[in-house]
Design a protein around this ligand. Structure first.
Ligand code: 6PG
Length: 231
């Protein structure tokens, strides 16, 4: 667990960590894979990552989840990443593997599962770097408390919701947890309680706890407030 004085210091450290992991992966195999998160927490880290010396021509960029909205909608996780990282870093289009949420949760999940399986061998996708945030209820990506524990070996699942809620598509905890390096990001007072519950590790029903049980490469990145060290 890494705790930082403030959000910007944490964002800089995350950018350094991700850039270093991607560089090592490219050195190992010639390419690297990065899974981006949605929500608001990662944005400052992605902005800092855009200025790090990464060879983006060798990095495949994926998403851990997406809302079922057009890619230019305000709720789109792709749109946030495009503005914070992908456009400023000039990541080649052919390296971007967007979840096509706009086609609906089931078809989008099927397509993404197929895409991942053409690019990743093995029982689970071994992404080099995965970044996730955590919700106050302990959800990660779009795996929410009460969702099925197992997805029957699938890597990607539809998350169907009735309006006005937005349906989503999400990688499963097994797919996320197989990462070589998994960064869990949390900042601010709103997250202090869920961070403490997650680190206690006693509530096995919480997706973030279930993810931690699957992910030996997991590192928490927190600011002091989310870590409960300051108010
Ligand atoms: C999403 C995210 C979701 C997010 C958490 C935390 O698509 O909404 O994948 O899992 O990471 O809800 O969101 P904040 O960073 O905005 O607090």
């Amino acid at each position: 667990m890494w705790v930082f004085e403030d959000v910007e210091a944490m964002a800089a450290a995350i950018a350094d960590c991700v850039a270093g992991e991607l560089d090592q992966a490219v050195g190992r195999s010639g390419t690297a894979s990065l899974v981006l998160a949605g929500g608001s927490t990662p944005e400052s880290s992605y902005r800092q990552l855009a200025s790090r010396p990464v060879d983006w021509s060798r990095v495949d960029v994926f998403w851990g989840d997406e809302r079922c909205v057009p890619p230019d909608a305000p709720e789109s996780n792709y749109r946030m990443a495009l503005g914070a990282l992908l456009a400023p870093a000039r990541v080649p289009t052919e390296r971007l593997h967007r979840i096509e949420g706009e086609v609906g949760p089931r078809l989008a999940a099927e397509r993404y599962e197929r895409l991942l399986r053409t690019r990743m061998a093995g029982d689970w996708p071994r992404f080099d770097v995965v970044t996730v945030g955590v919700g106050e209820d302990g959800h990660v990506a779009s795996v929410f408390p009460g969702d099925a524990e197992s997805a029957g070996g699938r890597w990607v699942v539809p998350v169907e919701r009735d309006a006005p809620e937005i349906s989503r598509v999400s990688l499963t905890l097994d797919a996320l947890g197989a990462a070589r390096r998994l960064l869990v990001l949390a900042t601010g007072a709103r997250k202090a309680q869920i961070v403490a519950r997650a680190l206690a590790g006693k509530e096995g029903a919480l997706p973030v706890v279930r993810l931690a049980q699957r992910a030996p490469g997991l590192i928490w990145f927190l600011d002091r407030v989310a870590a409960g060290e300051a108010s």
